[in-house]
Design a protein around this ligand. Structure first.
Ligand SMILES: *Cc1c(COP(=O)(O)O)cnc(C)c1O
Length: 370
């Protein structure tokens, strides 16, 4: 069944939602209508019943285990996307004149800054605009101010295709938007107070945001905001304050089991390094035909951005690759060019096939280079 279905699957390089493990999709299909002989689908059951309770508890425990999260953190399953966290972080964490520091590393960081400014005293500790967001800052470049509560970083910029090669060494806790490299690399948890990300890139279907929060900060979060916006309320209710995103939680649990079977976080990290190296080699070994505009040290292992010699050739590349079943390779509309998003579940075979296609395309079109 797998191989048969597999033959109809595209090489899907979408930036999100994106490829999920085929085995996970097939399992969900098999039990979708009649969950474990209950005569109903899991998504037709009460979120407070024993079946869903078991699913949610397992997903929580597995997420802590696989991501190697210490016991002094809690995991929350929220809605509103990573974007709601742009507001929830400052709403909950900033009080008494404290400031929030932000690294502006590109489109998503800029969004986080824009929203945070509505709720607190926010400043940009480093701005990548002058180099067109092609690299991340070193610690020495960060301009930190007194009375700063946290430094917010976007660990991987999905659109620009850059990531932090090393974590900033600052005196304040880090907050990380990890949406586009969630559970693809280990974190120094001691440096972080909170990490968040939408599920729809590495973790499952859209509709859920996974937040890891240090428990000791919950006593001091702001209580004068709407209840849904309060981390402490979600935490004390084990993410059942209101109806949680039941289907994404169920799928997330299956993705976690798949990750564990592959070898957990270490395997995901190795796979990301290997898959991204295949594409960066295809770019670097092309005599300049393909070109990656970002700083080599900061290259993302999840979103590989590249350009061709001209926009016409990029158009041709995108249309011919699509005909060959490589889809969603168009760069974000704000930056153009091409982008291959190669999240955890995208098979290495798809990456190999793309590298081969890139070499063939170059051979066939290099003389049009002008
Ligand atoms: C996709 C993405 C977001 C937005 O996530 P939503 O779940 O759509 O709100 C935020 N930050 C980063 C880094 C992303 O890649």
């Amino acid at each position: 069944m797998s191989s048969n279905l597999n033959s109809h699957r595209k090489h899907n390089f979408s930036a999100g939602p994106c490829t999920l493990p085929l085995s996970v999709l097939e399992q969900a299909q098999q039990e979708f209508v009649d969950y474990q002989g209950t005569g109903m689908s899991l998504i037709e059951m009460s979120h407070r019943g024993k079946h869903f309770d078991a699913v949610a508890n397992e997903a929580m425990a597995l997420s802590m285990e696989i991501f190697q999260v210490p016991d002094d953190f809690s995991v929350l399953f929220l809605q509103g996307g990573a974007m709601l966290q742009f507001s929830m972080v400052p709403m909950n964490l900033l009080s008494n004149g404290q400031k929030g520091a932000y690294v502006n590393s590109g489109a998503w960081a800029d969004g986080a800054i824009t929203d945070a400014k509505e709720y607190g005293d926010i400043y940009t500790a480093w701005d990548g605009a002058e180099n067109n967001y092609t690299r991340m800052p070193a610690t020495a470049e960060l301009e930190m101010q007194d009375n700063t509560r946290y430094l917010h970083i976007t660990t991987n910029e999905t659109i620009g295709g850059i990531r932090f090669p090393e974590w900033p060494q600052v005196d304040v806790p880090l907050i990380g938007d990890m949406s586009s490299e969630y559970m693809a690399r280990p974190l120094p948890w001691g440096k972080f107070d909170l990490v968040y990300g939408g599920a729809q890139k590495n973790l499952g279907p859209a509709g859920m945001t996974v937040v890891f929060i240090r428990k000791s900060i919950l006593a001091n979060t702001n209580k004068n905001i709407g209840r849904y916006l309060r981390y402490d309320i979600h935490e004390s209710n084990k993410s059942m304050f209101n109806t949680p995103p039941v289907f994404p939680i169920y799928m997330f649990g299956k993705v976690l089991k798949w990750m564990k079977k592959q070898g957990g976080l270490a395997a995901m990290e190795t796979l990301a390094a290997e898959k991204s190296a295949i594409l960066y080699h295809a770019i670097d070994d092309s005599d300049g035909y393909y070109h990656c505009p970002v700083d080599v040290a900061c290259r993302s292992q999840m979103n590989i951005v590249f350009r061709l010699p001209s926009e016409q050739l990029e158009q041709k590349f995108l249309s011919e690759s699509a005909q060959a079943n490589f889809i969603n390779l168009k760069g974000h509309r704000s930056v153009g060019g091409c982008r291959a998003s190669i999240y955890n579940a995208l098979p290495k075979s798809s990456v190999d096939a793309l590298a081969e296609f890139m070499a063939t395309f170059r051979n066939d079109n290099a003389r049009d280079n002008g």
